[in-house]
Write a protein that binds this ligand. Structure first.
Ligand code: 4AD
Ligand code: MG
Length: 429
């Protein structure tokens, strides 16, 4: 009977067929230990010379790393095995003998591994991260679908910018100019006026000249947008959303978290209580106390965010940033127009910003003024229409998928969070 390694526990004492690859092997003369993988997991197959045909034993001797094989064997529970099970092999059929595999189980440099990303993703650690990525996406959709949000897909090719013109990817659009989307937000605002609560989930692009552990050129963003929603309600939703994601990963990915050596205690704290909130003013004071040379009006860099998050053991909201350093669409605080009704959510353990969100300007006059200040042209006429026809207070946010994965998995770089990362100096493979 065909079985997957993930579901092997149902077949203890029975003979199963596993279709997979040889991950690694070692031999002690009369016994060969095959480390098998089938995409769903890893398991050890034990081949005893006296219990299989001479042809099968000779084949096992010949098998190279990553050869594709079909293996028959009886499942045994084994407490010492990482998966909890072992296979007593009765037959092995070769599908294809692999050439000498470039990624041996020994250590390799990052550039070498990145050049071989198409193969590197077969390793236990990379497989675990990609599995957690899929579970995080599932949790995000589950939460939003279960809370009355409708998925709406914004365009990828756009005539205008959402997050500033310095990181736009330009392309020709027949005789016109077009840009790859930096964020679907402006379109989601239109969609929220049509459907109430909406979200988008798709790739976004930023021609970031920064080579840091947090920046990708192509990254995935989930962008919820809500009509009749205030800044406060927006933050409450973000908190429940992030807690749901972390809870789901803790419930469904214990094995993967163990494979990547993630200490789960900091994650457990995240789901235990509300997230701390400080204002930008308080953040500046804290940073000055810590010895940073930063003044009111400056934007935060990665070192500032890292130091702030180390003070708290749950994700940290920083709200009410100076209007001057934030995007044109953010609603100023009516009581203090020099700051906006928006917040960034910083992940703990030094990770920094994972969410940017705000209430949006709904007053047509104020928005018109912002357009003039930011020199935004006719490409935004349709966006202005949203304020002409039944404008309402509304809010939304964008959560960066890869930064969220990096934090939840405890990784030092976002390059391992996405199957094929696009970085400043990498478009291959
Ligand atoms: O803070 P940002 O720029 O906000 C927006 O794009 C809003 N329009 C979202 C909205 O309100 N609908 O980006 C949102 C998030 C960041 O917090 C970060 O997690 C991620 O997107 N992000 C990146 N992730 C990886 N690489 C990059 N270059 C990123 N730039 C932003
Ligand atoms: Mg931001």
């Amino acid at each position: 009977m065909k079985a997957t390694i993930a579901a092997i526990g149902q077949f203890v004492g029975q003979e199963v067929l596993i279709e997979g690859w040889l991950w690694n092997k070692r031999s002690s003369g009369k016994i060969q230990f095959l480390q098998l993988r089938d995409g769903t997991g890893f398991i050890q197959g034990v081949v005893v010379k006296s219990e299989v045909s001479p042809e099968v034993f000779a084949l096992c001797d010949r098998l190279s790393q990553e050869s594709s094989i079909r293996v028959k064997g009886v499942v045994r529970a084994d407490e010492r095995a990482p998966s909890g099970f072992e296979l007593t092999v009765s037959d092995v059929e070769l599908v294809a003998l692999a050439e000498e595999y470039p990624i041996s189980p020994k250590e390799h440099g990052v550039d070498f591994l990145m050049d071989h990303r198409h193969l590197w993703i077969r390793s236990p650690r990379q497989r675990a991260i990609l599995k957690i990525r899929a579970e995080i996406i599932k949790a995000m959709r589950q939460f939003l679908d279960g809370n009355g949000f409708v998925q709406v897909d914004p365009p990828i090719l756009t005539p205008s910018s959402c997050e500033g013109t310095t990181t736009l990817f330009h392309t020709k659009y027949f005789d016109d100019d077009a840009y790859l989307t930096q964020s679907g937000q402006l379109y989601m605002e239109a969609a929220a006026m049509a459907l109430g609560r909406v979200y988008s989930f798709g790739p976004t692009f930023r021609a970031e000249k920064s080579k840091t552990r947090r920046h990708l050129i192509e990254f995935w963003m989930i962008e919820p947008e809500m009509a009749y929603c205030t800044h406060e309600e927006n933050m409450a939703l973000q908190e429940a959303f992030v807690q749901h994601i972390v809870r789901h990963v803790l419930e469904t990915c214990q094995m993967e978290l163990k494979t990547i050596d993630r200490d789960t205690k900091p994650l457990e704290r995240v789901v235990e209580g509300p997230f701390p909130r400080i204002t930008y003013d308080e953040a500046i004071r804290l940073l000055q106390e810590m010895g940073h040379e930063i003044q009111w009006g400056d934007d935060f860099g990665a070192p500032h965010e890292t130091d702030l998050t180390k003070r708290f053991d749950r994700p940290l909201f920083i709200e009410k940033f100076p209007t001057a350093i934030k995007a044109f669409y953010m609603q100023p605080d009516p009581e203090r127009p020099e700051v906006i009704l928006g917040a960034d959510l910083l992940a703990p353990e030094g990770y920094g910003e994972i969410i940017g969100g705000s209430q949006r300007i709904h007053d047509p006059e104020l928005l018109k003024k912002r357009f003039e200040e930011h020199h935004l042209g006719e490409a935004y006429d349709w966006y202005m229409d949203l304020r002409r026809y039944g404008t309402v207070p509304h809010s939304g946010f964008g959560i960066g998928l890869e930064r969220t994965i990096a934090w939840i998995c405890g990784l030092d770089h976002v390059r391992e969070t996405i199957p094929f990362p696009r970085l400043l100096n990498r478009l291959y493979p």
